[in-house]
Design a protein around this ligand. Structure first.
Ligand code: EPZ
Length: 420
């Protein structure tokens, strides 16, 4: 297994180019199941989760021609859909094939994804919505067995909770359904917006894109003539590298990004005293005389994203004062706290709320990554720690950050990827 060795107290300068968004690319690749033609995707992030979904699609019979940051997918040879446990257990976003596959083939089996480090992660809302659209769903020995012999019917779906992949799944299922599907309490994340926009530009009429009420006018089983497209930039990767500049309290610029996707995050940086300058595709963070403490509550978009919680918790260890961070979306998303405490951070956990007493002097040591965003928080802490830090189990990091060590090395960080 690989690990990353970092020397602390670095100085950084220059630009970091942001890759395509993993959480946009995954539903967009699953969307290929709805296409009658080849689907061409560019600005694809070269990360493990993308390769996992490509393996799943290939196992189902799709032809996937992948370059480093682009792919061409032809799903005309997919016959039936069984997304097996061995793939789904490594990436729960495999559930995204359920909606399109059921809509197209009227039968599919997908392994229940199970939980992951950050929480139980049920898919009950996905299944309830598909049943409302006329599917019969049975859970048989850990698999979702979904059937809709007469096709799916448009109807009104009200999500009890806002679910990102749940909204994506139902938008894709509704695209081939008979009639109009109204999704109430829909997710408004930019990744869901792009999925709706591509479908809309490919002839599937969708109203209310980017709002909490989306109307999908199904085309009654007719496959979609998909346009070529480029994946939007990864707003979480962007926020993570801005945190690198912030935690070192030095200037750093990120390029190939979409500042308007980061409003809630940028305003938190400003609340902490940093200066933020943006153009239409770049963001520069500039140092502050003193890093102010912050109060954060994670919520659905456009509020502060849960996927930036761990990174800001690491940053808060360097603030002069007491910060409070509340995690509202997942039940176990503070796995990074114990490792940060081992580096010297003064953090108290009380249920879903972390109290961070800054400023802590952090010391480099061996730490272990536990999930994707927790890993990035440990990298950030290592940048400002005194001495050397080894971050182990970085396969978690490789799921969602393309060439992280190269991107950091290019701005002056002393970081090496080594073998255990
Ligand atoms: C997506 O996960 C992202 N993953 C996650 O990013 C992100 O943290 C999450 O949305 C929230 O923004 C992808 O897009 C691939 P949800 P998703 O369904 O769709 C509950 C990362 O770091 N819920 O919006 O699985 C659920 O338990 C990853 O890149 C149900 O109860 O999240 C959670 O508490 C981590 N029943 C809340 O809703 C359901 O059927 C939000 O989950 C579905 C969800």
């Amino acid at each position: 297994m690989d690990y990353l060795k970092l020397q602390g107290l670095q100085s950084v300068s220059g630009n970091i180019k942001i890759s395509g968004a993993k959480n946009a690319a995954l539903p967009l690749m699953a969307m290929s199941i709805l296409a009658k033609n080849n689907i061409k995707i560019s600005n694809l992030p070269n990360v493990a989760d993308i390769n996992t979904l490509l393996t799943l699609l290939t196992n189902l019979g799709a032809e996937c021609k992948k370059d480093l940051n682009s792919v061409e997918i032809n799903t005309s040879n997919i016959k039936e859909i069984i997304a097996t446990y061995d793939i789904v257990k490594t990436m729960r976003a495999s559930i995204l094939v359920l909606g399109p596959a059921l809509a197209r083939f009227r039968h599919c089996e997908v392994s229940l994804p199970g939980g992951c480090a950050i929480g139980q992660r049920p898919v009950d809302l996905h299944l309830k919505a598909l049943e409302q659209m006329g599917a019969t769903i049975e859970i048989k020995s850990g698999y979702i067995d979904a059937k809709a012999p007469d096709g799916l019917k448009g109807c009104e779906i009200v999500f009890d909770k806002i679910t990102v992949t749940g909204t994506a799944n139902i938008v894709m299922a509704a695209a081939l359904a008979n009639g109009v599907t109204t999704i109430v309490n829909a997710a408004r994340e930019p990744e869901v917006v792009q999925l709706c926009e591509i479908l809309n530009q490919s002839g599937v009429k969708i109203d209310g894109i980017g709002t909490a009420v989306i109307k999908v006018h199904g085309n009654n089983g007719e496959l979609v003539d998909m346009i070529d497209f480029s994946v939007i930039p990864d707003r979480i990767e962007a926020g993570t590298y801005l945190c690198a500049g912030a935690i070192l309290n030095q200037e750093l610029t990120i390029t190939n990004t979409e500042p308007k996707h980061l409003d809630a995050v940028l305003s938190k940086f400003e609340e902490m005293g940093f200066i933020i300058q943006t153009t239409d595709s770049t963001i520069t963070i500039k140092p502050t005389s003193s890093i102010k403490p912050v109060r954060i509550t994670t919520q659905e978009y456009p509020a502060f994203p849960t996927d930036m919680q761990a990174q800001f918790l690491a940053l808060a260890t360097q603030a002069d004062g007491v910060s409070i961070i509340e995690e509202r979306l997942f039940e176990n998303r503070f796995m990074h706290v114990s490792e940060l405490q081992r580096m010297g951070a003064d953090i108290t956990l009380n249920g879903h709320t972390a109290t961070i007493n800054g400023r802590s002097k952090l010391s480099g040591t061996d730490v272990m990554a536990t999930d994707l965003r927790a890993s990035s928080a440990l990298i950030l802490a290592a940048l400002v720690a005194d001495g050397e830090t080894n971050v182990h189990r970085i396969y978690h990091l490789d799921r969602g950050y393309e060439s992280l060590e190269t991107k950091l090395e290019n701005v002056g960080v002393n970081i090496k990827r080594l073998k255990e």
